[in-house]
Ligand binder design. Structure first.
Ligand SMILES: [Zn+2]
Length: 255
């Protein structure tokens, strides 16, 4: 059988990740990426409850429901990337063994992670990864990118246009490439730096990061609009729309 080579149309961002930190807390959303490879459907990260409907809508827009997904790869088990996992009872769930054994939210034990691990153990078909460059399907591999968390992994997709890396929070946005390490590190800064370099050495044609649109070495190749909706004193909607321009520059009502 001749294996199909993946083109970009077989890699779909079904939930767009974004950064949104406020003085009321963090509302970040992780990217969820769907990959089609040789008859298998693979989902990388599943987001948190706040974008559960977006995730289901994203699957539906591609003619799918959660039960159609063969494999889910979790880059790590921080809440914003993993909480919707219970939707995928029929899928095989891939997670790195280090993350399973010692992963947590903020570098110390927390209840959400404990409960999350129970769900994985009791309800899901969990497969722990130990090797680097673990083969999921013909063109899809996991890549150890520790540092942000103890067992963080990224996903390498071989395409006819070169390597595409789905980088999770090892590289959450373009700024990380220039800076050399992610802004938020829960485990180890040196490991986090090594992971950024490791991704760079693979000379990715495109990086699909954990919390922003895709980019290449020159910058973003797509732009996502962020809409923030508040309620005014007279019951009116206050809507703020931000358009990403390059790195972190906003236009619109704030700009
Ligand atoms: Zn994240």
């Amino acid at each position: 059988m001749i294996n199909m080579v993946i083109t970009y149309k077989n890699i779909v961002r079904i939930v767009k990740g974004t950064i949104l930190r406020t003085n009321y807390g963090t509302l970040g959303a992780s990217t969820s990426t769907l990959i089609y490879d040789n008859g298998k459907k693979i989902l990388v990260d599943v987001g948190h409850y706040g974008n559960r409907l977006r995730l289901e809508e994203g699957l539906k827009n591609n003619g799918l429901s959660p039960s159609d997904i063969d494999y889910v790869i979790l880059t790590h088990i921080n809440w914003d990337h993993c909480a919707n996992i219970d939707l995928f009872e029929k899928s095989v769930i891939f997670l790195h063994k280090r993350e399973w054994e010692k992963g947590n939210l903020f570098g110390k034990e927390d209840l959400a992670t404990k409960v999350f691990k129970q769900i994985l153990l009791e309800k899901m078909k969990l497969k722990l990864i130990e090797d680097d460059m673990f083969k999921i399907t013909e063109n899809v591999y996991t890549l150890n990118t520790f540092g942000h968390t103890i067992g963080h992994i990224s996903v390498l997709v071989k395409t006819e246009k070169g390597n595409v890396i789905i980088s999770g929070d090892a590289i959450p946005y373009f700024r990380t490439i220039k800076k050399g390490y992610p802004d938020i590190i829960f485990y180890d800064k040196e490991d986090a730096k090594k992971s950024v370099n490791k991704v760079k050495e693979l000379k990715p044609a495109i990086i699909i990061p954990g919390h922003s649109p895709p980019f290449n070495e020159d910058g973003y190749v797509e732009r996502d609009e962020i809409e923030i909706r508040l309620v005014g004193d007279n019951g009116e909607d206050l809507v703020f729309k931000l358009n990403r321009v390059g790195e972190g520059v906003a236009t619109g009502p704030f700009g």
